[in-house]
Design a protein around this ligand. Structure first.
Ligand code: FES
Length: 158
């Protein structure tokens, strides 16, 4: 198994995170988010590394990673499109938006483009129902989607 390590910057961030908790293992979720940002996904090597950092067995890290579906266990594309399929988004046309995205990206839901530029996922309610139909692209939310607004988002990303 390949040995991995946080960059200097990530180590500093990790120390800040751990400092907020009474016990290292309590910092599991923010450490996993940091590791995902740093390494692109939570691979088995990353699970071992996070376990070492938090002084917990790697199997405990694995339990958390597999419980929360938002952690990527395989590398995602540079732009991760997460189309909401919650009830509000469904009622307001998320299926049409999803179909438009699959056509535009030539990707099935759950797939990553061969150039690693795009990943398309469907997710449950993202807590922004008032802007349905909506999606998240990396850290940004986009609401009241139409084919026109999806085209605009693509232009912005290029
Ligand atoms: S149902 Fe889509 S944000 Fe809530």
């Amino acid at each position: 198994m390949k040995k991995i390590e946080f960059s200097k910057k990530a180590k500093k961030e990790f120390n800040t995170i751990v400092g907020r908790y009474p016990e290292k293992r309590a910092a599991m979720l923010p450490t996993l988010h940091l590791a995902e940002k740093e390494f692109g996904c939570i691979s088995p090597e990353v699970e071992v590394y996070v376990g070492e950092l938090l002084t917990v067995p790697a199997v405990k890290v694995r339990e958390v990673v597999t419980f929360y579906t938002m952690f990527a266990q395989q590398p995602r594309g540079k732009y991760h499109f997460q189309i909401c399929r919650g009830i509000s988004c469904d009622l307001l046309g998320c299926t049409k938006i999803r179909d438009y995205l699959t056509e535009k990206l030539t990707l099935e839901v759950g797939a990553t483009s061969p150039d690693s530029k795009f990943t398309l996922s469907e997710v449950e309610c993202l807590g922004a129902c008032e802007t349905a139909p909506m999606m998240q692209v990396n850290e940004d939310y986009y609401g009241k989607l139409s084919q026109k607004s999806v085209d605009k988002i693509f232009r912005k990303l290029k």
